[in-house]
Ligand binder design. Sequence first.
Ligand code: NAD
Length: 314
Amino acid sequence: MEYRALGKTGLQVSKLGFGASPFGSAVDEHSEREAIQAVHMAIDLGVNFIDVSPYYGVTRAETVLGKALQNIPRESYYLSTKVGRYGAAAFDFSEQCVAVSIDESLKRLHVDYVDVILCHDVEFGSLDQIINETIPALRRIQEAGKARFIGISGLPLKIFRAVTEQTDLDLILSYCHYCLNDTALAGLVPYFNQKQIGIINASPFSMGLLTESGPPVWHPASDELKTCCAAAARYCRNQGVSIAQLALQYSLAQSDFATTLVGIANSEQITTNVGWMHEPLDPELLREVQSILEPIRNQSWPSGKPENNDTAGV
Ligand code: NAD
């Protein structure tokens, strides 16, 4: 496993990170067991960064992850969770909520502290409140020793500049903006590097768009984007390769991101992904797939308040 520096935090994180959002759907004994095994397998394979949120499965993901972490030495992984988002339309970025939220997360996760606390999907809030109330509340959590580093997450790239220009964040988490069909996040790398802000890149499969089975029904992409990704997946299949393999290798090859978070539901997925990580990327296949995806390159979808959106990218 290759480890990379996460901004100026001093953390050396595995370039492949573990996204535990699929644990939100681990609602029966079998899927819970699978999820727990996946965490143990990932740590054995050298993955040391795990991301979760109280939002995933309305606290279910944190509860399942907490069970998985119970018998693992605390120093063998870095843990990230979030505050502020609790349902599809349930947000509370207030100081009072954030203070209660972290304590509840620590209890569910069976840990005394998290390494990273993120304000989850800030585009749904007022950026004024995020800057003047939520981020200072995160710093107080840090001062209390409950989190080591703080940051924000969200979809529209516009939010990152807006918030980091007025605050002093350790890191950011961006998703669906550095994958085969969308590389808009690359445009912000010089800015983040200059500010020494660590970059966590999430969703190399663009939340399922770049997989054999395709996106879930709730996926917010346009029909045009879904159709184009399905055509690229078909092309890869005809070449005897899963588009997911190319997608993962492509995102991991960008060394400016400390880690790329992949959503993992079971140990088979983590084993497959670590295996793909060690195989070389096929440059010819990449060129073909990029030309199929060219018509929808960097096309995104709106998320959160209209004023926080800029689907055109940076
Ligand atoms: P993703 O692009 O990583 O896709 C995950 C999906 O791919 C899951 O359904 C998973 O079961 C499947 N998968 C995993 N390995 C596979 C393989 N080898 N072949 C085929 N399918 C495979 O999207 P994601 O899960 O949304 O993102 C990754 C993580 O990043 C999340 O779990 C979460 O921790 C984080 N994230 C955070 C935010 C935020 O803070 N706003 C948003 C998105 C993601």
